[in-house]
Design a protein around this ligand. Structure first.
Ligand code: C2E
Ligand code: MG
Ligand code: MG
Length: 275
C-alpha cells in the first residue's frame, strides 16, 4: 500500500522547486560569503576568519547554510558550491592582505563528500596558485563524521592537503562519535570545540570539565583549540583561564559580509594598537 496525502506532494514539489532554484543560483553565482573573526584568548589579537556561505534566494533573501547544505549534498550540488566558496574566500583574503590587513588564515567548511573526490587536493592547489594565497593561510574545516567514515581515498586527500601546507581543523568537535583514534591517524592541526559545550559556561561544571579535557588532550597532541559560539565576556575569560587558545562567536563579532569584515579588521587592529 502507498498512502497519499496532499502534504506529501507539496513537500516533494517544494524540494524540487528549491533544487531548481539552487541549480540556477550555482549557474548564475547567487551566493555570498560572510566572514567571522577568530581571536587569541590571551592577547586578543586577530587569529583568522571563517568563511560562511549564504544563498541569495530569489524570493527569501539571504538563506543560512543550515537550510540548503543538506539538500545540496543530497542532490550532488555541494561540490559546485564548496569550490566557489574556496575560490572566493582565497581571493577575498588576498585582497585584504593587499590592503595591509594582518596575514591571518581564512577557513572554509568542506562537506564530507568532497574528501572522497580524488581531485580535491589538486583542485585546492590550483585555486591557491590562481588566487596567490599561500597554502599555510588556508584552513579547511571538516567534521568528525568525515574522519569516522574515512577510506583510503579520504586518507590520501588529507595527506596531500597537508603536504601542500594547508591546515585541517575538526569542526563541532565533541559532537560526533567518541572514537579518538582518528586524531592519531589523520594530519589534523586544530580542534573547534562545539558551541554546545560553551553555551552554558561558566555556570555548567560538566561543560567546563569537558572543555578542560579537550584543551589538555589537544595540547598533548600539539593541536590548537578554538572555542565556537562564544557569546559573553565571562565565557571568553574562562576559556582563557582553561587554556583554550582561540575564540569565535557573537561576543567578538557575528559573521559579516566581506566589506564589513574588512572595516571590522581595520577598526579592531586600530583599537588594539591604541591600548
Ligand atoms: P559551523 O562551521 O560550525 O559554523 C558556525 C555556525 O555558528 C555559523 O552558522 C555561525 O553563524 C554560527 N555562530 C557563530 N558564532 C555564534 C554564536 O556566538 N552563537 C550562536 N548561536 N551561533 C554562532 P551558519 O553560518 O548558519 O553555518 C551553519 C553551518 O553550515 C556551519 O557550521 C557549517 O557546518 C555549514 N557551512 C557554512 N558554510 C559552508 C560552506 O561553505 N560549505 C559547507 N559544506 N558547509 C558550510
Ligand atoms: Mg565551521
Ligand atoms: Mg562548528
Amino acid at each position: 500500500f502507498h498512502f497519499y496525502t496532499p502534504a506529501l506532494e507539496s513537500r516533494a514539489s517544494r524540494m524540487l522547486n528549491q533544487e531548481q532554484l539552487l541549480r540556477q543560483s550555482i549557474a548564475l553565482g547567487g551566493f555570498e560569503l560572510h566572514y567571522q573573526p577568530q581571536v587569541r584568548t590571551d592577547d586578543g589579537t586577530l587569529a583568522g576568519f571563517e568563511a560562511l556561505v549564504r544563498w541569495r534566494h530569489p524570493e527569501r533573501g539571504l538563506v543560512s547554510p543550515e537550510e540548503f547544505v543538506a539538500l545540496a549534498e543530497a542532490r550532488g550540488l555541494i561540490t559546485a558550491i564548496d569550490r566557489w566558496v574556496l575560490r572566493q574566500a582565497c581571493s577575498e583574503a588576498c585582497a585584504w592582505y593587499a590592503q595591509g590587513m594582518p596575514r591571518v588564515p581564512v577557513a572554509v567548511n568542506m562537506s564530507a563528500q568532497e574528501f572522497r573526490h580524488a581531485d580535491l587536493a589538486s583542485d585546492v592547489a590550483a585555486v591557491l596558485v590562481e588566487t596567490g594565497l599561500p597554502a599555510q593561510l588556508l584552513h579547511i574545516e571538516l567534521t568528525e563524521s568525515t574522519l569516522m567514515h574515512s577510506d583510503a581515498q579520504v586518507q590520501r586527500t588529507l595527506h596531500a592537503l597537508q603536504q601542500q601546507g594547508v591546515q585541517l581543523a575538526i569542526d563541532d568537535f565533541g559532537t560526533g562519535y567518541s572514537s579518538l583514534a582518528y586524531l592519531k591517524r589523520h594530519p589534523i592541526h586544530q580542534l573547534k570545540i562545539d558551541r554546545s559545550f560553551i553555551t552554558e559556561l561558566p555556570g555548567n561544571e560538566d561543560d567546563a570539565a569537558i572543555v578542560t579535557a579537550i584543551v589538555q588532550m589537544a595540547r598533548s597532541l600539539r593541536l590548537r583549540t578554538v572555542a565556537e559560539g562564544v557569546e559573553t565576556a565571562e565565557q571568553l575569560a574562562l576559556l582563557r583561564t582553561l587554556g583554550c587558545e582561540m575564540a569565535q562567536g557573537y561576543h567578538i563579532a557575528p559573521p559579516m559580509p566581506a566589506e564589513q569584515a574588512l572595516q571590522w579588521q581595520k577598526d579592531y587592529c586600530h583599537k588594539l594598537q591604541a591600548q
